[in-house]
Design a protein. Structure first.
Length: 314
């Protein structure tokens, strides 16, 4: 259904249609990991497919490096995806008759790059994801985690500026999933990509995200840092999402700072979580605790704020 001016989403619903994405306005900053999460059917995968114009939107703009990609021709759009965007999906999508090396070099082959150039690049990213020595294996000879690494390597082979990952670890066993999260964070520390990562697992989102966007019925309920989402949920829906989360393991000292407070004595590091600080602060008699970041004093917070997070409000 094509939206026309004046058509409301309530009207769409009453006519038997579903709005995949509605009223979404969001910025993705260079070098950040933005995690989009929500229940099945919330619109998160649809939104990411809109970002790359795998789905055309019925209204609005999608700006990449200052250019509205809705204005691009089919040819220019294909070139944009090939040159700037990497994509990894839940299904690995590996070519079963091709080796690891051939799978990883496949997008470079589609670009028409020289055989030796694409082989060298493929070997480089295979080493990066920890599969060195398995270049001549076929997908059937690999574990699920190794197959996922091949998919990640293939998407990295084109050296994308923007990386879209749609629940890439959801089919993996918990232990392998944790290992892949570690690997993902290691890669991001090295590469510094702009990443949009979809998951329905809040623990995974908290572990990976610089910011989290929580979706419901095609709309974004809240987009903020993990600390702010668990401390200050914007809606009842977000509150229910976060109510079982151990806030002490998520909230960092720097977000507890209050303007005007001055603390004395030994400071705590800005990046320490409440959980990290708990034992020391329970026995600390100071009312106000100073905070430092990279050796510089940046403020202070009330000790009672930490106790409230640990034990609940008095």
């Amino acid at each position: 259904m094509k939206l026309t001016e004046g058509t409301s989403f309530d009207q769409i619903k009453s006519d038997g249609y579903i709005a995949g994405v509605r009223d979404v306005s969001i910025d993705v900053f260079q070098g950040e990991i933005l995690v989009i999460m929500g229940l099945s059917g919330s619109g998160k995968s649809t939104l990411v497919r809109c970002f790359s114009r795998l789905h055309d939107i019925t209204g609005g703009e999608i700006i990449v490096d200052g250019q509205n990609i809705m204005d691009l021709s089919e040819r220019d759009l294909i070139n944009l995806r090939r040159e700037k965007m990497g994509m990894v999906f839940q299904s690995f999508g590996l070519l079963p008759h091709r080796t690891v090396l051939e799978n990883v070099s496949f997008p470079l082959e589609m670009r028409g790059q020289d055989r030796y150039v694409r082989r060298a690049r493929a070997l480089e990213v295979i080493k990066l994801v920890g599969l060195e020595g398995r270049e001549e294996y076929f997908p059937r000879e690999l574990s699920g985690g190794q197959q996922q690494r091949v998919g990640i390597a293939r998407s990295l082979a084109i050296e994308p500026d923007i990386w879209f990952l749609d629940e890439p670890f959801s089919a993996l066993d918990p232990l392998i999933r944790r290992e892949m999260q570690d690997e993902f964070l290691r890669l991001q520390e090295i590469l510094g990509k702009t990443i949009v990562f979809i998951t329905h697992d809040f623990d995974e989102a908290l572990r990976l995200a610089d910011r989290i966007a929580i979706m419901k019925d095609g709309a974004i309920e809240q987009c903020d840092t993990p600390d702010q989402i668990v401390l200050h949920p914007a809606t009842e829906y977000v509150r229910k999402f976060t109510e079982e989360i151990d806030k002490a393991r998520v909230v960092h000292a720097e977000v507890l700072i209050e303007p005007g407070l001055v603390g004395e004595g030994e400071p705590v590091p800005a990046g320490a979580t409440v959980h990290n600080l708990a034992r020391g602060l329970i026995n600390d008699q100071r009312d106000v605790i100073p905070v430092t970041k990279q050796g510089t004093l940046i403020g202070a917070f009330k000790r009672q704020t930490v106790l409230d997070i640990l034990l609940g409000p008095s």
